[in-house]
Design a binder for this molecule. Sequence first.
Ligand code: WQD
Length: 344
Amino acid sequence: MKILVTGGAGFIGSHTVVELHQAGFEPIIIDNFSNSEEKVLTRLESIIGKPTVCYKADCNDEATLRSIFKKEQLDGVIHFAASKAVGESVEKPLMYYQNNIGSTLLLLKIMQEFGVKNFVFSSSCTVYGQPDFLPVTEETPRQEAASPYGNTKRICEDIIRDVVTSKAELKAISLRYFNPIGAHESAEIGELPRGVPSNLVPYITQAATGLREKLTIFGNDYNTVDGTCIRDFIHVVDLAKAHVKALKLLATIEGDTYYDVFNVGTGEGVTILRLIETFEKVNNVKLNYSIGPRRAGDIEQIYAQVDKSQQVMGWSAEKTLEDSLRDAWRWQQRLAEGNTKEAV
Ligand code: WQD
């Protein structure tokens, strides 16, 4: 089956391309490289053993999208391509709404024109806001998003649901990611934040190499066991495998309409302090960090109830927090080597 992977050169997209190949699918990448590097394609080839077709294009470019659908005879789409910086979305809401919602609307329209029925959407636990009860299930009410970024994920979920309800020929799954971390064991691909990382783990690995002077923990006065926030950190390879499982589930669905949502996390809540301690222990490094004020927009704690993903998709996370932090560190060290040998 030929699958269009939008944003397929990105962090989660590239890891999913590897898993798709290994599961016998034929991924086709479309990426505008606004938040990824073209050298990822070479790295993918070294893992997979052959090149992956890639179109350098924007998912809001209707003419190019149409030409790809005409040429490639696609069986499905996994839609990763989106702007994803929470803080930036507050400063640039129009860019976020246009890019994230516009691309989803366009893809769904063109999929209908070309009779492509299978769609996996990259959603986020951010749609839950700060839940009243934990762990969150897929039935936990979504809350007003704390950012335009989060709002685009909620709106796209509703658009997909409404298209399916309209009896258009669409079978779709929204995967609600928790916090993706880590890197492929080969250290060929991983997270490539541009500038100062906003996410926790790339900041930690950069601080551990001395690229950053120290990590600031945003608040230790939360109502948690050690005062720091709690998150559900999932290995990016486990997350990638969930997309393969979602496609396989869609292939078993009778008829032409289906929609469901799945939490994709480990089911375990981890405090920031515990993550730091685990990172130091598994990698035998000392991290320089201090406690700072809370970050605006942060929720106190969230972690997933993941029974549904296991029971319906046959997927559950296999890698541990230790695996994720070991792989993240190995990747950062590879980047450090690369900085001396080749431009990143
Ligand atoms: C995690 C925790 C911070 C940096 C967001 C999006 C989510 C997904 C992942 C895209 C928080 C703390 C962080 C630092 C810190 N987005 N932290 N010091 O905000 O949970 O999730 O990114 O895929 O949809 O909502 O992730 O990694 O930014 O923060 O103390 O330098 O680490 O306060 O508690 P977040 P994060």
